[in-house]
Design a protein around this ligand. Structure first.
Ligand code: CA
Length: 231
């Protein structure tokens, strides 16, 4: 019975050791393997190493909080992320575009509830038709979100992580105008101050990289005084 989940290692990033241990115990009952970190410092590196398949992140953590971890991880991985939070007001942002968590559980919670949520997310991912969410196409541009690859007229294009996120944001909602501020928030995981000019220069680079021939014209349009849209 427990063998179903035995190939899944869940990373638990939780500074309250008691809570972390309860989660370990309950997840182990269902066969999950677990790994625990008590602060946020190394979480991104552990996920990047590919040694874990699922991440449970507490929101408030020493050294690096759960939101920052989530946002950084989403720059390179679609690993399922379940957030633990006592801050209800954050929920919309957590699950939405901005941070990209898969689900959340509010504290205080029962460990059973958390395990049930983990299983639901895994089931959802397993039953999702392959490539359904992961490949986006608009005109001659194709993004493979899971693999972080971009194609223009079927030729692979090398984009930086920031360029990829920018293009992804625009491509998700063709025709919708994004302000530079909005794009900056979506594209930078830290609170680095970047000027609007930075976005402009990224857009310039993306345009140059995507350009295949004259016939296609511009895909990314500047809207004077506002920002950019893809159309
Ligand atoms: Ca905490």
């Amino acid at each position: 019975m427990s063998s179903t989940y035995s190939n899944i290692t869940v990373l638990i990033v939780e500074d309250e050791q008691k809570i972390a241990q309860i989660l370990v115990d309950f997840l182990s009952l269902d066969g999950f393997k677990t790994r625990v970190l008590h602060d946020g410092a190394d979480a991104v590196d552990v996920i990047k190493s590919g040694e874990v398949d699922f991440a449970i992140l507490d929101l408030m953590l020493p050294h690096k909080d759960g939101l920052t971890i989530c946002k950084e991880v989403r720059q390179f991985s679609t690993i399922p992320i379940l957030m633990l939070t006592a801050r209800v007001e954050e929920i919309d942002r957590l699950i939405g575009l901005e941070f990209g968590a898969d689900d959340y559980v509010c504290k205080p919670f029962s460990a059973r509830e958390v395990v049930a949520r983990v299983k639901t997310i895994i089931r959802r991912i397993e039953t999702e038709p392959q490539n359904k969410e992961s490949v986006m196409t608009y005109k001659h541009v194709q993004l493979n979100i899971n693999r972080f690859k971009c194609y223009s007229a079927n030729v692979e294009i090398d984009l930086t992580p920031v360029e990829f996120r920018l293009l992804h944001s625009l491509l998700k909602r063709p025709g919708v105008v994004h302000s530079r501020d909005n794009l900056m928030q979506l594209c930078y995981s830290d609170d680095r101050i970047v000027s609007a000019r930075t976005i402009d220069s990224h857009i310039k680079n993306i345009r140059a990289k995507l350009a295949v021939d004259e016939i296609n014209g511009e895909l990314i349009h500047a809207i004077y005084g506002v920002g950019y849209k893809m159309e």
